[in-house]
Design a protein around this ligand. Structure first.
Ligand code: NIG
Ligand code: FE
Length: 414
């Protein structure tokens, strides 16, 4: 059997001990100054000091050596929260926002998410596929080897299924591991404005059964926010999704503190996402329930909001994951390196904590940590070679990519 030996590299990776890294452990990385990675059939056979890895390689058949040129190696990024499936950009809306119109006001006037909904309805499957693929390929070139993509610009059965179908096709056509999340409850369609409860009923009775039957999403999400869906509506939807076997996630406390984090704790959600306005009480509830906080600092940056309180979360033993939230409204970036930079400089996370958040902890929010998220034996050989001595470069080298090579299952894909 042919094996690959990646050598002449310094390896940095969180170590997976079977659960997300919390508290001080989030900031601890394994480091091998003269490291090597042994790969067979796309899986990691050994990782560590070169001499020890060579012992593991002995006796094997053909050994292909790859000189990493002294570059440092980290796990591929796992981006666990994106809205990368959309049809058109919203540049004019961005111009309105930087002129001072609030994000939720644009939505309440029928713009924002609702304008992306109109664009998806007007786009053919091929157009939507081409646009989605472009953003996914951009993410891959910037070091993302696994990601989540949400629906949510459909808001009716036909277009929600169309989005999930396109996401599935992109997943099949690209080397990344891509998981889909059903976000039918992303905004209230115009015709349900006076009766959002009836829209939740439609999602539960018509959309969810189709999503389940076709097996095209692993998670269900909801935008729980003032003027969008209430705590009670969110709870009703997510409980129905759980009863159908889907994992649940919540856009929680993004702009206002409605108690979304507490709802995530009550339901045992796979993650609570955003949390810019989450209260200390609700952060403690997440800690007790073991809910992972997925933080999206590029959204705070783009909306010019206060950042989520990552330090308070880490001090309270809440596992922190990081994601781009890539979407045409509140956060238009595919770059996990940019997110890591913001996490370090504006949320006071250490570079090591941020790397764990962007890899292992984010893999846990997607129930994918058995395969990806760290360079542990048995996982896929998904890794990056960086132009720099350590993961510090990811926060230090601002606004550009430090990713010199992207490997998925041991193959160079960028
Ligand atoms: O996570 N908050 C809701 N959804 C996205 C924004 C989507 C959009 O503006 O198109 C978010 O910020
Ligand atoms: Fe989002």
């Amino acid at each position: 059997m042919s094996q690959q030996l990646f050598r002449n590299t310094t390896i940095y990776s969180p170590i997976d001990n079977g659960q997300p890294r919390v508290g001080k452990a989030q900031g601890k990385l394994a480091q091998f100054q003269k490291g090597a990675l042994l790969v067979e059939d796309g899986l990691i056979m050994a990782m560590g000091d070169e001499e020890e890895v060579l012992v593991a390689a002995k006796g094997a058949g053909e050994l292909q050596e790859v000189d990493c040129g002294g570059r440092c190696m980290v796990p591929g990024f796992v981006d666990p929260h994106t809205h990368m499936c959309f049809a058109t950009l919203r540049e004019s809306e961005f111009a309105l926002r930087i002129d001072g119109t609030p994000y939720l006001e644009i939505l309440s006037q029928g713009g924002g998410i609702l304008s992306s909904v109109r664009a998806v309805a007007a786009a053919s499957d091929d157009e939507l596929y081409d646009n989605t693929l472009r953003h996914v390929q951009k993410a891959l070139s910037l070091g993302t080897t696994s990601l989540e993509i949400k629906s949510g610009y459909g808001l009716d059965t036909e277009n929600e299924l169309k989005m999930l179908g396109v996401i599935g096709k992109v997943a099949a056509d690209t080397p990344l591991d891509i998981v889909a999340t059903f976000l039918g409850a992303h905004a209230i369609p115009e015709q349900y404005k006076e009766n959002p409860d009836a829209f939740i009923t439609l999602i539960i009775e018509e959309m969810l059964p189709q999503v389940k039957k076709q097996g095209i999403a692993r998670f269900c999400d909801v935008f729980c926010e003032t003027g969008v869906f209430s705590i009670d509506q969110s709870r009703r939807l997510l409980k129905a999704a759980q009863a159908m076997g889907l994992g649940v996630k919540i856009h929680a406390d993004e702009v206002n503190d409605l108690g979304g984090a507490e709802l995530a704790a009550e339901l045992g959600a796979c993650s609570a996402d955003h949390l810019l306005a989450a209260s200390e009480t609700n952060i403690k509830a997440m800690s007790t329930a073991g809910v992972i906080a997925t933080l999206l600092p590029a959204t705070a940056y783009s909306l010019r909001k206060e950042y989520a309180r990552a330090r308070l979360m880490i001090e309270n033993n809440v596992a922190v994951a990081l994601a781009t939230d890539c979407n045409p409204g509140s956060s238009f970036t595919e770059s996990m390196q940019f997110v890591i930079g913001l996490a370090v400089l504006n949320m006071q996370m250490t570079p090591a904590e941020a790397l764990t958040g962007a890899t292992l902890n984010s893999a846990y929010t997607l129930n994918m940590a058995d395969r990806v998220g760290s360079l542990d034996r048995g996982k896929q050989a998904d890794f990056l070679l960086l132009e720099g001595d350590s993961p510090v470069i990811l926060a230090y080298h601002a606004g550009v990519s430090s990713v010199a090579g992207v490997y998925k299952k041991g193959q160079k894909v960028n």
